[in-house]
Write a protein that binds this ligand. Sequence first.
Ligand code: MN
Length: 325
Amino acid sequence: MQENLKKIAEFILAEQKVAIISHQNPDGDTLGSQLALAMALEQKGIEVIMLNHDVISAKYNFIKNYERIVSGVLPEELPKVVIFVDCANMTLTGYHEEEWLQDKIIVNIDHHTSNTQYGQYNYVQSKSGANCQNMYYLLQAMDTEFTPEISTALYMGLSTDTGNFLYESVSADTFRVAANLLEYGADTTKIRMNFYENCSRRKLELQKYIYNNLSFSADGRCAWSKLEWSLLEELQAVSTDIDGLINSIKDIEGVEVALLFKENAAGMIKVSLRSKTWADVNAIANKFGGGGHVRAAGCSLHVSMEEAQRLFVEATEEYLAKGGE
Ligand SMILES: [Mn+2]
């Protein structure tokens, strides 16, 4: 793997200009990966354009160059090399028309179990609790000078993708990377204030609704709740208001699989799945064309809220009854 990493580092460093793209509904891990890589490449005199389908939440504005991420319609001229970060597959960027990728060279830096190895260059380490952990090693292979700004961006990804170093995906290696980033000057106070002590009133309203609409089955091992579009629209909720809410279901005593059903403006249902100790929710999501990690997965369905709940609750009950076989 070290050989592969070196090869990817050399390939990127030989370019004069690259694009870095993060996934739709961006989270701290995809943005941390993107911003840290961009800063590292600019140290080497490489020109970088950063892309994201969506408008980036202001809660990330303490990360250097946050305002430089280009949102919405893709620029007409893009460099030959496009680096995807934290994207299990190409469609997760939100740019479904794949024409823009014709005659591009794709580099895929990710940590999802379900990654489809879609790049000409792939660095996929699914044991890493966050993609920023992988990005740390890529930057190391590039001989990056780890500035406090780069370290803060990477530490944000590590912290937010691991439930602040709580999930099972955290390894000794995650802490080693985190420890190094602290030594390089990562600003953990800003991360703490922006992510953990900053609950919006909208988020609180959604949390109340989730608790009021909780259901249980399979002897309390499966629990789920929902967020209808009418409610999200009324509260003017943004994605950061919704991020992490599913954990409040997973954290209930006895719950092994937590499901959250969220309706979007087009009436599509996005299902989020989490498991606590043994269930493979990636396997459950796979049944409906979704995927992700063993402990965290997602899926989108063109069915009604009721139908989505029926399908997923049944599949989960069946999975739990069989003990995961
Ligand atoms: Mn991630």
